[in-house]
Design a protein around this ligand. Structure first.
Ligand code: IMP
Ligand code: MG
Length: 176
């Protein structure tokens, strides 16, 4: 399917996303502040890039950055297979991890990431996501969620359709 810019409708503007990130940043700060003065935030590239940068600016304790690059989508659907393009090198033993994801759909990506990050024996792992789709009973507890959404195909603000449209300055959608 070919998608043109004109087909993409705005779901949330940049201001609305920033407000959501501010609210989540406060929730996250409140959650950790009595537990630790530093957390390790793990950004799942590429989709979470903008959400990650916005979110960490709103967390009022020290945040150490880690990046992993994983793909599972092709076109508009999950392929059901995970490909790891690059992985982090930090020592995570006994650390407080906050995984930062763009959208949780089937949960495949997060299940994979959680399984491997647990092997580092961190003290605690939490998940923050810009959006969670209600379409699948993915069985993963997303601790901090920006938006609860229907099963829509999303684009923009980091999310792509075959690598395009990531830099749209809003979270958009097209009808499937
Ligand atoms: P899951 O593994 O099925 O939960 O899907 C999560 C991954 O697929 C995310 O990391 C996203 O990058 C990508 N993804 C899920 N839904 C969408 C979408 O609607 N548009 C673009 N990418 C998506
Ligand atoms: Mg992704």
């Amino acid at each position: 399917m070919k998608i043109n810019r004109e087909d993409i409708k705005i779901l949330y503007t940049l201001d609305e996303i920033r407000d959501a990130a501010k609210k989540l940043g406060k929730e996250i700060t409140d959650f950790y502040k009595d537990k630790t003065d530093v957390i390790h935030a793990v950004c799942i590239l590429k989709g979470a890039i903008h959400f990650f940068t916005e979110l960490v600016l709103n967390i009022d304790i020290d945040v150490i950055y880690s990046f992993i690059h994983i793909t599972s989508y092709s076109g508009m659907d999950s392929t059901g297979r995970i490909r790891v393009k690059s992985w982090l090198e930090e020592d995570l033993e006994d650390k407080y991890l906050l995984i930062v994801e763009d959208v949780v759909d089937t949960g495949l990506t997060l299940r994979y990431v959680m399984r491997y990050l647990k092997k580092y024996r961190p003290k605690d792992i939490r998940i923050a996501a810009l959006a969670e789709k209600s379409s699948h009973d993915h069985g993963i507890k997303v601790d901090f969620v920006g938006f609860h959404l229907e099963d829509q195909f999303l684009l923009g603000y980091g999310l792509d359709y075959d690598e395009r449209f990531r830099n749209l300055p809003f979270l958009g959608y097209v009808e499937k």
